[in-house]
Design a protein around this ligand. Sequence first.
Ligand SMILES: CC/C=C\CC(=O)SCCNC(=O)CCNC(=O)[C@H](O)C(C)(C)COP(=O)(O)OP(=O)(O)OC[C@H]1O[C@@H](n2cnc3c(N)ncnc32)[C@H](O)[C@@H]1OP(=O)(O)O
Length: 725
Amino acid sequence: MAATRSLSHTVAVITINYPPVNALSSPVRHALIKEFGEATKDPSVKAIVLAGANGKFSAGADIREFSTSALKTISLEDMNETIEASRKPVVAAIEGVALGGGLELALACHYRVANVQSRVGLPEVLIGILPAAGGTQRLPRLIGVPAALDVIIRGRHVPATEALQLGIIDEVVQGNAVNAAILLARKVIGSNLDKRRLSTNYVPSNPNMESFLDTAVEKAKKQFRGAQAPIACIEAVRASVQKPYKHGIEKERQLFTSLWATGQPQAQQYAFFSERNVAKWTHPSGGRWDTVTPKPVRTAAVIGLGTMGRGIATSLAKANIPVIALEQDAQQLEIGKKAVNGLLEREAEKLLKQGLAPGTVLAPVHFTLHFAELRDVDLVIEAVYENTELKKEIFRKLKSVCKPDAFLCTNTSGLNIDEIAAVTNHPDLVIGTHFFSPANIMRLLEVVRGQQTSLTTIATAMTLGKTLGKVSVLVGNCPLFVGNRLLGPYVDQANYLLEEGCYPEDVDKVLEDFGITMGPFRMMDLAGLDVGWRARTEKGLTGNKVLHGTPARQRLGNRYSPLPDMLCELGRFGQKTGKGWYLYDKPGGRIAHPDPWVKDVLHKYRNTHHIKQRPASPEVILERCVYALINEGFRVLEDGIASGPEDIDVIYNNGYGWPKYRGGIMYYASTVGLGKVLDVLEKYHKEHPDVPSMKPAFLLKKLVAVGEPPIKEWRTQVGNLVHKL
Ligand SMILES: CC/C=C\CC(=O)SCCNC(=O)CCNC(=O)[C@H](O)C(C)(C)COP(=O)(O)OP(=O)(O)OC[C@H]1O[C@@H](n2cnc3c(N)ncnc32)[C@H](O)[C@@H]1OP(=O)(O)O
């Protein structure tokens, strides 16, 4: 049964029971209407409590139903109207989550009681839609327009204590919310419910309301660049102001329909499910997430307290895993300790605000200089800077101090895991973890399996990622793994565009207008141009190792742009030096100004190399940069480094500022049409055979040849391909 009913004296308790998250699917809506109808008719029932089984009220509408006709059976809002109209008081008992349609259902109830650990919210905007079951109409009526907009546009999960302060919740309890709701229900039997029916109230307004909403639209356009859902949310809330409820509901429906037609909800919902699917990892050997048992990680150690190590140590402590943090000398240890303690204090403040005792959530971090103290930990994360020799030296030490079954992780953004694992006695227990900075905030984690990494090690690292609140993607071991590997051809195209006539701000603008958080040049300035320069110097692409007589714009017969090297040779490393592709007010400044010096250098460079200036159109800039990413994405799939397009998309959405409303790089390719991507790449490659990264990938050609199957079927084609190679 999708919903059950029991009786507690005069109170009927109707419980949604639809694992895993009590989504309000068509069977649930039918069952709720049936149980509710019976409870309403039953003269022995004087009040009703609505609850969710297994400690969760409801995660809202069943997202999988949006693209089916099931949503049209009984609409959520029809159901909500029936509940709100009840003459018997209805109390929502919120445990776990009341999100989206779940909160909208609770808002249709006359009272709401929540457990202190629960969260409520209207996160529809994050999946490209708006709360269209009365949420944009009832919430402003309850808490006013500014507070409602803040909750709706950001789609944030509001902790119960904050929800109480905002007025969303009537009562917060430490214990069982259902028992508390029954008590409240009994108290309010026979009371006047007129004011508790939110749809009958008017939204508080003031003369500045229209301009407040106009400003909100302008802000949202800037902040969410191209995402339509936040704007639709504001327009729906606008329709609630001083208008009858029915008017607003009609507007909600219209906006939902127009949003659906943009394709953004479908892309964001693909992104939502992809994030869940990547947890269901598979290994080329046949091992899978559901057949391998992870080992518990009760204690962990972090080696190196630079930016990454601090974030990782904080992340572990936040997940209630006691940490031993190790540094090489007393001074570094002291600096690291201060930084970690600062981060933990901020976390403690957040917990206090949520009414939670930090001591029960945050585990202790112990700081040390001594490797011997790592002897009992279950898992070590080495997070020293990117240098294979240094990492190997540390892993040699770990081999002699750690217990033999300790898992050893190396945090790297692209070094060879196998080379590091080879210096230990148990390469099967070694795995790569590529955290993104700041590691205590960024959600993405690339988990990198080496040749010998065992399935248990993989399962343990993936589970740890989940415990840390990360979205973890299992990838294979190749230089730069998935995320950074794809950046190579993308940045190359951006550099070539400069050579040919564009300026950094032209290229960045096109990609940022497309929705990418930061264009390639602003991104490089932020990351530090010296990082790539050092790597190119080590590879012999620039610096003293380049053979005398090598043409400036060629390496090993392929096209090469020396422009970034030229900047670095002049000490222009980006934001940190106040100069890079852009000019900043001061070293460490954040506001990028187009730099006349860069323009001048580009003019001279083009003259020196006899390059005819041909500024590219926005369409060409977009295609060259984005299709370069896509093509490398197909190569990553061919090489078995990522196991499906979703993996690549999750990585780019969560670690590289790709706009989620475009689904992901590979999803975007599927919406453009693989045939078109192939044509553009083929044309480019014909004109520039010296840019091998733009040679269309075999898998792309194959998918076009088999009739461009939908993205969910690409995995099968990859499987066939890998078997045949
Ligand atoms: C007409 C429009 C009216 C209303 C619109 C809506 O209500 S839209 C839905 C709004 N709700 C949300 O966006 C909530 C989405 N879910 C979550 O944020 C998380 O799942 C949640 C509830 C916080 C639980 O997180 P947790 O990490 O514990 O689990 P996980 O995310 O892995 O989810 C478990 C499985 O449940 C599936 N799922 C979650 N929410 C929904 C949903 N609303 N509809 C359908 N399915 C949902 C999720 O995909 C997981 O499935 P699995 O097969 O196990 O991978």
